[in-house]
Design a protein around this ligand. Structure first.
Ligand code: KG4
Length: 337
């Protein structure tokens, strides 16, 4: 079964053709990063306009590279949530129109579920596992029993992990996108030059939650207070010390969930899954196995949408033409009594 995946939830137009959920025939990503760089963040209005310009070309490119014609497609998966609503609508309208014109089914795919699916591409992963989703907009610890059957057991109570990387990078002018820039600088820095605080959220309902606002404030506003004697405040040292704390926080929560639920397999997804310290840190843990997506599949792409779309279609999930964009998913934010 050949499924096209269309992804336009933020600032990348991603289209892929994937066979049977895991064989990538093509995977094209048109990045808008140069248009957003001057603002150090994604400007929603620019993002949706650029998707409109790119979508038809990227779809054609993905078809050409796959060696297929559009009549060879068996279905279309499209991101419908969560994301920037103007951006989501571009991919959604295009996908619904294309599926309608071709007379094939279209299924709405959740971008966050798809990030966790990315590690499944190219390998077989058994259920259950602890799904650790770390992206620019979300930070989730989940217990995953099947592709569409999971519980969110932990989340961020303020900023997302990737967002903290981006904000620190913006404040110190380290580069854009921030996560990759901090990662590269950190490789040349001393991760113990600063002893930044680690939030303690172990109580009750917060057992697997994280919080980044305190760490961000410490790095941005209270640098001197956390500087160790004899250590220099170089960009490399700030990046390495921040990264250690930011990543250790999610690793701690994922390991706690793994131990408490008795599930020794951790599957990571989302842009921060590309982080070299996170990869090394989890792979170095004994007693748990960590699985990461290929580097190219950590950040936004159409292949993970096509892959999960295939499983949705096989399970009989078909969306109607009334499928709408949903900017937020309430289940990804925990509610507290
Ligand atoms: O998953 P993604 O591409 O988009 C969302 O769905 O949000 O994630 C983008 C996020 C950004 O915050 C970016 O700074 C972060 O992933 N990121 C990284 C790295 N590469 C991308 N964070 C830390 N280390 C990296 N190497």
């Amino acid at each position: 079964m050949k499924v096209m995946g269309i992804e336009t939830s933020c600032d990348e137009t991603g289209v892929a053709v994937v066979e049977n959920g895991t064989g990538i025939l093509s995977n094209v990503v048109a990045s808008q990063v140069d248009f957003h760089r001057p603002y150090y963040g994604v400007v929603p209005e620019i993002a949706s306009r650029k998707h409109t310009e790119a979508i038809a070309l990227v779809v054609q490119d993905a078809l050409d590279l796959s060696g297929l014609g559009k009549e060879d497609l068996d279905g279309i998966g499209v991101t419908y949530r969560p994301g920037l609503v103007g951006s989501l609508l571009v991919g959604l309208c295009f996908a619904k129109a294309l599926a309608y014109g071709l007379g094939i089914p279209c299924v709405g795919v959740d971008h966050i579920e798809a990030h966790l699916y990315a590690a499944h591409i190219g390998r077989k992963i058994p259920f259950p596992y602890i799904g650790l989703l770390v992206s620019g907009g979300h930070t989730l610890v989940t217990v995953v029993r099947d592709f569409f059957d999971y519980d969110v057991v932990g989340t961020t109570i303020d900023d997302a992990c990737g967002e903290a990387f981006d904000k620190v990078a913006k404040f110190y002018d380290l580069g854009f996108p921030g996560g990759a820039a901090v990662d590269a600088l950190a490789a040349k820095g001393d991760a113990h030059a600063f002893d930044f605080p680690m939030p303690s959220l172990r109580k009750g309902n917060h057992a697997y939650d994280v919080s980044y606002s305190g760490l961000k404030t410490a790095v941005v506003n209270q640098l001197k207070q956390f500087q160790r004697p004899g250590k220099e405040a170089t960009p490399e040292n700030i990046a390495a010390s921040f990264q250690r704390r930011a990543i250790d926080m999610i690793v701690k929560r994922a390991l706690a969930a793994s131990a408490d639920f008795g599930i020794p397999l951790i599957v990571v997804g989302g842009g921060v899954a590309a982080n070299s310290y996170l990869r090394a840190r989890l792979k170095g843990e004994t007693g748990v196995e960590a699985v990461f997506p290929e580097m190219a599949l950590c950040t936004v792409n159409g292949a993970m949408i096509a892959g999960l779309g295939y499983h949705g279609l096989r399970a009989g999930h078909v969306s109607g033409l009334d499928l709408n964009a949903e900017p937020r998913v309430p289940a990804f934010r925990k509610t507290y009594p």
